[in-house]
Structures are given as structure tokens and as C-alpha cells.
Design a protein around this ligand. Structure first.
Ligand code: GUN
Length: 290
């Protein structure tokens, strides 16, 4: 029997509707949630992502501030711009699109973000909060994956979750979120020998590798939930994930498509984080007398 699809487009649409309603409520109280997006250089994929993020803000009634900065921008100028946005009470979220040009130190730039405005969840304070189970912004892609599991009624508690990939943006935070949801978690990566021996044990399999057809049908346990974070192109230029979708769907219990799976959820969770940044700013303002 073919796997059930977890429809990222439909779930993202539902989340955007909820966000739009909360944005209206905030605007009625005089707060207009705003996201600043910094794009340095001309990376074509980054330009597409940034365009989507700005359009998503408009779609839910949020304000966006897009800074298109030249490839040659020096690090000090970028840090100065971040300091300005950190101090601006009308800006609730700041996102620096990655990758940055090689002459800019990405760690230093992320460290310069106010953790309270770091809606990507990349700052060490937010990463640390996730690690120890405290409140903080969750990186949007793994956060979206968790919402997809939840929407399908899949409770990670007691399940074996296998995450393939160990990036700071996806693999590591994904593993932490699954652990927090009481899964037994294995993290595999490029130096894992016999990847299939691990993936075949997965009740929940998250592929975040960046290479198409990495996960084949033989590597999947019958009935497993397969979450495909990959964003690759095949020879024909068509968008595809890390999972051999057509074959794996005959084995898995649930599967996320590419496109229309994790991608739209990442974008939706950015809106959720930005909204929550604005809401918590208001809560703090109301708690401060005078
Ligand atoms: N580049 C690729 N993915 C991301 C992301 O989630 N956030 C940012 N800021 N840059 C990215």
C-alpha cells in the first residue's frame, strides 16, 4: 500500500491563516509585526528564498524590510546594520540569508543578532536553549518537520528516529527536537559506514543530506514516516529531495513530497517565529510600568 502523503502546502496554508489572524490582533493593539531580511550578494537561490520570505510576510499582513546589500559589503558594515536593526523597536525579527560571501565571518554575524530577534534560531543562545529545553526560537526547518509529524498524528515518544545530516540549521536541531519529544535518536552523517543499517531501524527517518536518491526503498523500514528535507535538482532541472520518492512511497507509512513538503513549512515557521517575537515584545512592554 502506498504511503500517506504529509501535505506541506496544506499545513503551511493553515498555519499562515492562524498567523494572519494573530497579526490582525496585534495590529489592532498598535503593533505591526516586522521582519528584516538581509541579503548580501547575488546568490540566485538566495534571491529566490528571500523573495518568497518577503511575499510570505505580505500575505499575512506583516511588514518586511528587505536590505539588498552588495557582494563587496565589508563585515563591519553588515555588523553595523545588524546593530541598528537590533535597536529598532519597530523591527521584531532579523534574518541574514545564508550563505554569506567568503570574506564575511558567518559565526560573527549570527552572534551579533539580538537573540530576541533571531527568528532563524541560529544564535548560540537559541541553539543552547533548545539543547537544554528552555524557551527560544527554533530553527524553522526542523520546527516545520515536527509540525508535520504532529499533523499526521505521529508521536515520536518511544520511537526510533534517525536523522541523516548534522548541520547546525537542520540535522542537529532536528535531533534535539525529536529527543525533546521523547524519541530515541540516532544521527548519521557523511562518515557513517553502512547508512542503510541505521535507516532500516528508523520509525521516523529524516533525510537532510543534500544529495538526491540518498534514501532508497531498501533503506526504509515498512510503515516508517519519511521526512524529506532535501532540495536538489535532477538532470532535467526538476526539484527533488534526498529520497527516491516513487519507490520509497511503496514501503513507507507516511512520506513528505518535494516540492510541497518541508519547503513551505520552513517558510510558514519563519512567520510563526516572527509573530511570536512581536507578541513577546508586546508582553514585555505591558509588563513594564510606565
Ligand atoms: N540559507 C539556507 N537556508 C536558510 C535558512 O533557513 N535561513 C537563512 N537565514 N539562510 C538560509
Amino acid at each position: 500500500m502506498a504511503a500517506r502523503l504529509i501535505d506541506g502546502n496544506a499545513l503551511a496554508q493553515q498555519i499562515r491563516s492562524e498567523v494572519a489572524a494573530r497579526v490582525s490582533a496585534l495590529r489592532a493593539r498598535g503593533v505591526h509585526p516586522a521582519l528584516a531580511v538581509l541579503l548580501v550578494g547575488e546568490n540566485p537561490a538566495s534571491q529566490v528564498y528571500v523573495r518568497h520570505k518577503v511575499a510570505d510576510c505580505e500575505g499575512v499582513g506583516m511588514r518586511s524590510i528587505l536590505d539588498r546589500l552588495p557582494e563587496t559589503l565589508d563585515e563591519a558594515a553588515l555588523l553595523a546594520r545588524i546593530a541598528e536593526l537590533n535597536a529598532d523597536p519597530l523591527v521584531h525579527g532579523i534574518l541574514v540569508q545564508l550563505p554569506l560571501p567568503a570574506h564575511i565571518d558567518t559565526d560573527k554575524v549570527i552572534a551579533a543578532l539580538s537573540p530576541a530577534k533571531d527568528v532563524d534560531g541560529f544564535h548560540v543562545q537559541n541553539a543552547g536553549a533548545l539543547m537544554v529545553g528552555q524557551r527560544g526560537f527554533r530553527p524553522c526547518t526542523p520546527y516545520g518537520c515536527m509540525r508535520m509529524l504532529q499533523s499526521a498524528g505521529i508521536d515520536p515518544r518511544g520511537r526510533h528516529a534517525v536523522v541523516v545530516g548534522r548541520s547546525n540549521i537542520v540535522g542537529k536541531p532536528m535531533a534535539m527536537m525529536l529527543l525533546q519529544a521523547h524519541a530515541t535518536v540516532t544521527i548519521c552523517h557523511s562518515a557513517t559506514p553502512d547508512l542503510a543499517a541505521f535507516t532500516r531501524q528508523a520509525d521516523i527517518l529524516v533525510a537532510a543530506v543534500g544529495r538526491r536518491n540518498t534514501i532508497t526503498a531498501e533503506m526504509v523500514k515498512p510503515g516508517a514516516a519519511v521526512i524529506d528535507v532535501g532540495m536538489n535538482r535532477n538532470e532535467a532541472g526538476k526539484l527533488c529531495g534526498d529520497v527516491d520518492f516513487e519507490r520509497v512511497r511503496d514501503v513507507a507509512g507516511w512520506i513528505t513530497p518535494v516540492p510541497g513538503g518541508v519547503g513551505p513549512m520552513t517558510r510558514a515557521m519563519l512567520l510563526v517565529n516572527t509573530l511570536e517575537a512581536a507578541e513577546s515584545g508586546l508582553a514585555k512592554a505591558e509588563a513594564t510600568p510606565g
